[in-house]
Design a protein around this ligand. Structure first.
Ligand SMILES: NC(=O)c1ccc[n+]([C@@H]2O[C@H](COP(=O)([O-])OP(=O)(O)OC[C@H]3O[C@@H](n4cnc5c(N)ncnc54)[C@H](OP(=O)(O)O)[C@@H]3O)[C@@H](O)[C@H]2O)c1
Length: 295
């Protein structure tokens, strides 16, 4: 039995789909308010709980052999990094150990080891990585770059308006990863001994400048992109203003600022290692978008 946390998130949902396609038994950890009906239809066992509650985590881990931690204090989550990205993962690792779990896959983040002080999420991820490595559990730590599926709503907007908002340096590089490839790797890591007790940077096959993304959208939709490119200091001014009324949100925006201000790409050596370990050819961003947008 697999336990997948964040099962209704962008990545977690794909992981559950992959497991169901492979006819593996899977328990999807969801909230009562999550959109989980589709997972149930695919055959996943639904566990309703809250990752902020240690008791729920302990109960969810009973009878489980493999854990894939794919939740996060992102998207529709109302939790903070300390509670969800850090505490819930520590509780999950402890419960996995207590229940004799055979392998633990942790979705971290590319650059989590760079010590970005402004990002509560990056700090939490790195602390969890170290805790997992010292836990005695068999593990795989995946450090992905940005997910391709995040760009689908932006592509839809672009198709209507031709406008692309790019905050900060357009020359910053990234290796956007196909969310489908990452889901497959997350599952394969469990049964692939070469992936055990290893850390992998996970990205797409190409290093893209941020300005390449509107150009890809332009090619896909056959229209010239109008790139709106405010400088980073404008974001900083807004963040400071937000801080006057809500210091918690200001702190949480540190992760977005870290993402906007830095480069997150994998080297060709890292991609080679990934592809040879998992016997996979990583999909490019353009192929992913064309596949999902049917263009
Ligand atoms: N997105 C990226 O580009 C990116 C890049 C690198 C690393 N990552 C990491 O990859 C992982 C998956 O990211 P994602 O973008 O797929 O996440 P996401 O779409 O934002 O989903 C977050 C998931 O966590 C669940 N969750 C939040 N709070 C919860 C709680 N209190 N109890 C139970 N479940 C809770 C959410 O449930 P609901 O559906 O109920 O909200 C959702 O299923 C995260 O660890 C993230 O840090 C993401």
């Amino acid at each position: 039995m697999f336990l997948v946390t964040g099962a209704t998130g962008g990545l977690g949902r794909k992981i559950v789909h992959t497991l169901c396609e492979q006819e593996k038994t899977v328990r999807a950890f969801v909230r009562l308010t999550s959109r989980y009906a589709e997972l149930e239809h695919r055959g996943a066992e639904i566990f309703i709980g809250d990752l902020r509650q240690e008791r729920d985590i302990q109960k969810a881990c009973q009878g489980v052999q493999y854990v894939i931690s794919a939740h996060g204090a992102t998207g529709s989550s109302d939790g903070d990094a300390q509670t969800l990205d850090y505490r819930a993962n520590i509780d999950l690792i402890d419960a996995a150990k207590a229940n004799g779990v055979q392998h633990f896959v942790f979705i971290s983040v590319l650059g989590g080891d760079r010590g970005y002080e402004d990002s509560p999420t990056f700090k939490a991820k790195f602390a969890v990585e170290r805790y997992l490595q010292n836990s005695g559990l068999s593990y795989t730590i995946l450090r992905p770059s940005g997910f391709s599926s995040n760009l689908l709503p932006l592509a839809e907007q672009f198709s209507n308006t031709g406008i692309y908002l790019l905050i900060g340096d357009p020359h910053n590089r990234s290796s956007i990863v196909s969310t489908d490839d990452l889901a497959r790797i997350s599952v394969d890591a469990v049964f692939n001994e070469a992936a055990h007790n290893q850390i992998f940077a996970v990205g797409g096959p190409e290093i893209l400048k941020r300005s390449d993304i509107p150009a890809i959208f332009g090619r896909i939709f056959d229209r010239d992109p109008i790139v709106v490119n405010p400088p980073l200091f404008l974001f900083d001014s807004v963040r400071t203003a937000v801080g006057i009324v809500n210091s918690r949100t200001q702190k949480a925006l540190g992760t977005l600022r870290t993402l906007l201000a830095n480069e997150f790409f994998c080297t060709s050596k890292e991609i080679e290692r990934l592809e040879s370990t998992f016997h996979i050819k990583m999909e490019s961003l353009e192929t992913f978008l064309r596949r999902y947008l049917s263009v």
